[in-house]
Design a protein around this ligand. Structure first.
Ligand code: BV8
Length: 302
């Protein structure tokens, strides 16, 4: 019989040793970052995509930015909701969902808020969203517990549709399409939106709604942290952690790499940038698959 078709993106030896490891593993973790969705057209945080107009994305992803200028922060998130809705899961999202279906002891920890893993039908019980989702919204008033999941209204309020020059209705399809161009144009001025135009909490009628994501300086969802700690505690040994498309700079998410190592895990990094190994470096027996996750994952997980 003919040799198996040579893999197009990864060295054969690495492919074979990795696939042997996957097949013999019973407990596997995956830590996902923005690089997983790069091929779906969504910009990453650092590197070129880390800018929205003239703002550094991480400076907008804070409670301080929201209380100082909720209109600006909502325009940033409305843009990301819009882009994520236009994007499609790529072959890597589907390959991970497939692995989650066939491997009982596989758990996915995603830092991504773009909703693409859920849209790739990733089994819900095998997917922990560490930083929430662009499509969850909640009340920003400390004393109100209003929260809503799967809010896909785009734009979430008419005012977040960038006004048109000719004053026509900005929420029509052609104007929304045009808005997409304007938003990516760094020169289009960001209109000042005051609170009255922003989404209001339907429960307490006081607070503004905010995106249901975890901002810098905010705690990750307690239930998510508990579920992950239980999964790790329950694991006698963890065989492998895949670190996919993440600069692994954000904590506590990045700490799961060392937690897995502490339970015996080998590490497989899938990243475009050879220099983006986890902080604790690479060890004997680890893998580094350099390139686009959307090409590499279907290859190494088949
Ligand atoms: C907390 C949701 C405490 C929002 C995000 C000093 C000062 C202040 C805080 C800190 C500090 N030091 C540490 C902290 C804590 C801070 C932190 O870690 N800061 C870092 C920057 C140093 N962490 C926090 O604040 C966390 N909370 O600590 O709270 C606490 C505890 C109890 C009670 C109260 C408080 C909260 C962190 C969560 C922040 N929210 N997102 C939003 O999305 O808008 S994090 C944000 O960064 C995204 O979730 C993103 O996923 C995450 C990490 O980025 P990456 O996913 O790795 O993306 P990045 O662009 O960096 O990298 C992309 C990678 O892909 C690159 O390696 C690239 O090479 C690669 N790539 C590109 N293309 C491809 C590819 N790979 C493969 N294929 C490709 N095609």
């Amino acid at each position: 019989a003919l040799n198996s078709v040579k893999s197009s993106v990864v060295p054969q030896a690495d492919l074979e040793s990795f696939q042997a490891c996957i097949n013999s593993s019973t407990r596997i973790l995956a830590l996902l970052g923005a690089g997983l969705s790069a091929s779906s057209g969504l910009p990453t945080f650092r590197g070129a995509g880390g800018l929205w107009r003239t703002h550094d994305a991480t400076s907008l992803a804070t409670p301080e930015a929201f209380s100082a200028n909720p209109g600006l922060v909502w325009q940033f998130y409305s843009y990301r909701r819009h882009m994520a809705l236009q994007a499609k899961p790529n072959p890597a999202h589907y390959a991970l969902a497939e692995l989650a279906r066939r491997k009982d002891g596989f758990m996915t920890l995603s830092q991504n808020v773009d909703g693409l893993s859920p849209r790739a039908n990733h089994p819900e019980d095998k997917l922990k969203l560490l930083h929430g989702s662009l499509f969850d919204v909640k009340c920003s008033d400390f004393f109100c517990n209003y929260a809503e999941k799967n809010n896909y209204t785009d734009p979430i309020v008419p005012a977040l549709a960038i006004p048109t020059e000719d004053g026509s209705d900005p929420t029509t399809n052609e104007n929304i399409a045009k808005r997409e161009l304007d938003i990516s144009d760094h020169n289009v001025p960001i209109p000042e939106l005051d609170h009255s135009h922003l989404p209001k909490c339907p429960q307490c009628k006081q607070g503004l709604l905010r995106p249901g994501v975890v901002w810098f300086g905010e705690a990750l969802p307690k239930k998510v942290l508990r579920d992950i700690d239980d999964w790790i505690e329950f694991s006698e040994k963890i065989d492998l952690i895949m670190v996919i498309g993440t600069s692994a700079k954000v904590y506590p998410a990045a700490a799961y790499v060392d937690e897995a190592r502490a339970k015996g895990a080998r590490v497989a990094v899938i990243n475009m940038d050879r220099s983006h190994a986890p902080a604790s470096g690479m060890r004997q027996g680890d893998w580094f698959f350099q390139g686009d996750a959307a090409q590499i994952l279907p290859e190494i997980l088949k």
